[in-house]
Design a protein around this ligand. Structure first.
Ligand code: ADP
Ligand code: MG
Length: 250
């Protein structure tokens, strides 16, 4: 479903990604682990073209993201087209970035209403269903400031799902949360994973990765060091860098 081929990306002199290739199958949950600065966020941001790679490309269901082919050249798509492609990815960041002046329900409805142009009644019904799915049926009318960090992040997940994405991208969705709030967000993500949603998840939660991931990808210094079934990469890592990382975080 997602095919990443030979992605490279630099920021000035910093090589954030070097020749990264990766496949994610439909319904698969892939967890990306690695030390800070290893290029995990840059990889996710290149996948939905928030960041333009220097080299390499990404396909979603066979469609090239960010470019169109003209003979053997790649031409950049206009911003509007890229924005439309980006809607096919749902993204959840470390920070929830809810609209503070909108209720939980309005936050979830906004995209379907304004971007997908769904009728208000339909958008509302779906937003209510999604809030129920993340365990917040009773918080529809709450303002973000009235919600805990974990509840805000769950609204953020509902908001991303409301856009009917083909793939969900999570970038350390629990890293900004107080420890006691991490579990409720991971529980929602576990449910999503079980429901067959295709997910790429950057996380430091090794326990979550072990339990939920079909595959774990370990990155270091902008490259994929090791990947494989969660039990293998986390249980019997082959590479010294993976072993050292796991020894430090476990
Ligand atoms: P991770 O998410 O694994 O912590 P990142 O993808 O954020 O890693 O960063 C990879 C490298 O690229 C780091 O050295 C980081 O400082 C650098 N980097 C990321 N984004 C930018 C940016 N917008 N400008 C400059 N350097 C960046
Ligand atoms: Mg990051």
């Amino acid at each position: 479903m997602v095919a990443v081929r030979h992605l490279s990306k630099s920021f000035g002199a910093v090589r954030a990604l070097t020749d990264v290739s990766l496949d994610v199958a439909k319904g698969e949950v892939v967890c990306l682990l690695g030390p800070s600065g290893s290029g995990k966020s840059t990889l996710l941001r290149c996948v939905n073209h928030l960041e333009k790679p220097d080299a390499g490309a990404v396909w979603l269901n066979g469609e090239l993201i960010g470019y169109r082919r003209d003979g053997d050249r790649l031409l950049e798509l206009p911003d509007g087209e890229v924005a439309r492609q980006r809607q096919r990815f749902g993204m959840v960041f470390q920070r929830f970035n809810l609209w503070p002046h909108k209720t939980a329900l309005q936050n979830v409805m906004e995209g379907p209403l304004r971007v997908l142009r769904r009728p208000a009644r339909e958008a509302r019904a779906r937003a209510e269903a999604l809030l129920a799915r993340v365990g917040l049926a009773d918080k529809a009318d709450a303002w973000p400031a009235q919600l805990s960090g974990g509840q805000q992040q769950r609204v953020g997940i509902a908001r991303a799902l409301a856009m009917e994405p083909e793939v969900m991208l999570f970038d350390e969705p629990t890293s900004a949360l107080d420890p006691e709030l991490v579990g409720e967000v991971l529980a929602v993500m576990r449910d999503l994973a079980r429901s067959g949603i295709t997910m790429m998840v950057v996380t430091h939660e090794v326990g979550f990765a072990r339990e939920v991931a079909d595959r774990v990808v370990f990155m270091d210094a902008g490259t994929v060091v090791e990947e494989g079934p969660a039990a293998q990469v986390l249980g019997q890592p082959r590479q010294a860098r993976t072993q050292a990382f796991l020894a430090a975080v476990l």
